[in-house]
Design a protein around this ligand. Structure first.
Ligand code: 4AD
Ligand code: MG
Length: 477
């Protein structure tokens, strides 16, 4: 008999049929009621057995965490809490779980504790919900771009370039670190390394996506990216997933429209397909926030917040306008910000971004026209010669969720900008070629996938929305 998933049984609600179900025991009550979960949905299936029909030895092995297979008939449930249940006629223990040693007891565990046992945390309600939603969001992203005729490009993971120019790269080498070959000058001789040059894990697939867009018009990447920034925050990972669309014959406004449409599509899709998981996470969040003082609690419940970001247009304004607002703001005047804004040109910290979104505008914000000094070399220089056609999207509770720009398509301007940033032309000759041959206006952005998942799940630490987080001092599992 084929295995039926619990999700399907609970959706169908068909009684009278015989089924085979497998899963992990959540609880076993009164030697009679098993709450069985197979991860297909957040709910458990109640499996009822008549203990007189099963040997004592088998009953003892039905413990929290054990994997079992049951066969029997789906019948209307007598008890409250569920409308159908499985009347067990056959039961087999597939994998025992010693109740004395199993770390996941049927009670509330802290997220910190669960992070230490990330190999088992998939089995909790919270992480089951988070990772089903993560899947739904990934699927929605591919669907969104596919429906619009975008081509999915697989950009390389190992590369010789630093796309963001921030120098936050993990080196990739097969050289013996105990006996590094050196040139006469004393520098490391990468000619003897695997790729015969210095390489690193990619910080962004953008530059390669640009090459694709300048032939295929509309492309996107969706892959892992790596940053060796020493940021021990709840919003930074050393390994995170990024979605980077790149569109040809498009300017910064097209870029913002695309990003807003995409974000709304993801939110809408998760709301449509993950109702039960969202409901669970919403209640989890309400419980968690009860421990906080009133003014620190969210004004809206999770699903209300998602609906709000679906229904409202994002506020678009320039960096200069934002600086005006921030300089006049109470926390700036009272020096409550950790970084007080003194003048135009200052880089915005997450405290400033969150003030704009959560206090001033109370909705998602798109900032454009940043000072060229604080943004990457590839962004298109505006006519004022001071700002670039960059855009950042800021979300409530998250801060920056998207970073993008119109790209500098003019060869001479790009060369001058690279000089300012001390980027050698030889290293980027392939990138410059696209500006020599058939260049055109184009734009793109990067969405931090984990920040998106934080937003839709309401989880407050980025380490809880990726199965096995990598951050300074941690690469377990
Ligand atoms: O703003 P960033 O650095 O932009 C780029 O990498 C561009 N190449 C994107 C493009 O235009 N194609 O990163 C984009 C997004 C950020 O807005 C943030 O959401 C996320 O990636 N991000 C991180 N997420 C988790 N951990 C980190 N260390 C992150 N750094 C950036
Ligand atoms: Mg950025």
């Amino acid at each position: 008999m084929k295995r039926t998933r619990i999700k399907q049984l609970l959706e169908e609600q068909t009684t009278g049929k015989n089924v085979r179900v497998c899963g992990w025991v959540r609880t076993f009550r009164n030697n009679q009621f098993i709450a069985l979960n197979d991860g297909s949905c957040i709910k458990t299936l109640q499996c009822v057995l008549d203990f007189e029909n099963f040997p004592e030895g088998t009953l003892k092995r039905i413990t929290t965490g054990a994997a079992i297979e049951v066969k029997g008939e789906i019948v209307p449930s007598q008890g409250r809490g569920q409308s159908i249940e499985l009347k067990v006629t056959e039961l087999q223990i597939l994998g025992d779980s010693d109740p004395e040693k199993y770390p996941l007891q049927p009670k509330r565990h802290s997220l910190e504790f669960l992070r230490e046992i990330a190999h088992l945390r998939f089995r909790t309600n919270t992480f089951g919900a988070v990772f089903r939603i993560r899947h739904a969001a990934a699927f929605a992203i591919h669907e969104f771009f596919h429906n619009r005729g975008f081509v999915y490009i697989h950009s390389p993971i190992i590369t010789g370039s630093d796309a963001e120019g921030a120098g936050e790269m993990f080196q990739v080498t097969t050289l013996d670190l105990n006996d590094v070959p050196r040139k006469e000058t004393g520098e490391v001789d990468f000619k003897q390394d695997f790729f015969e040059k210095a390489t690193n894990l990619t910080v962004s697939g953008q530059l390669e996506a640009e090459l694709g867009a300048l032939a295929l018009s509309d492309v996107y990447t969706f892959g892992p990216t790596f940053r060796a920034e020493n940021s021990n925050t709840s919003r930074h990972l050393a390994e995170f997933w990024m979605i980077e669309p790149e569109i040809a014959f498009a300017d910064i406004d097209d870029d913002m429209d695309l990003a807003e449409d995409m974000l709304k599509y993801i939110i809408g899709s998760v709301m449509e397909h993950c109702q039960e998981d969202l409901e669970f996470l919403e209640n989890r969040l309400i419980q968690e926030e009860k421990q906080k003082p009133q003014h620190e609690r969210s004004a809206m419940a999770l699903r209300e917040k998602l609906q709000f970001c679906l229904d409202n247009e994002y506020k678009r304004l320039t960096y200069s306008e934002a600086i005006e607002i921030l300089m006049k703001s109470k926390p700036n005047k009272k020096k409550k910000f950790q970084f007080v804004i003194e003048q135009w040109g200052a880089d915005l910290q997450s405290e400033h971004e969150r003030y704009l979104v959560e206090k001033h505008f109370n909705k998602p914000v798109i900032l454009t026209g940043y000072p060229k000094e604080i943004k990457a070399f590839y962004m298109r220089l505006n006519d004022d010669n001071k700002t670039v056609a960059a855009m950042d999207i800021l979300f409530p509770g998250i801060g920056e969720i998207v970073g993008g720009s119109q790209r500098e398509e003019r060869l001479d301007v790009l060369q001058a900008r690279m000089k300012e940033f001390d980027i050698p032309e030889e290293e980027m000759s392939w990138f410059l070629e696209t500006r020599r041959f058939g260049t055109c206006p184009h734009a793109g952005f990067g969405l931090g996938f984990e920040r998106m998942i934080m937003f839709v799940t309401g989880m407050s630490n980025i380490r809880d929305v990726i199965p096995f987080p990598r951050f300074p001092g941690n690469a377990d599992f």
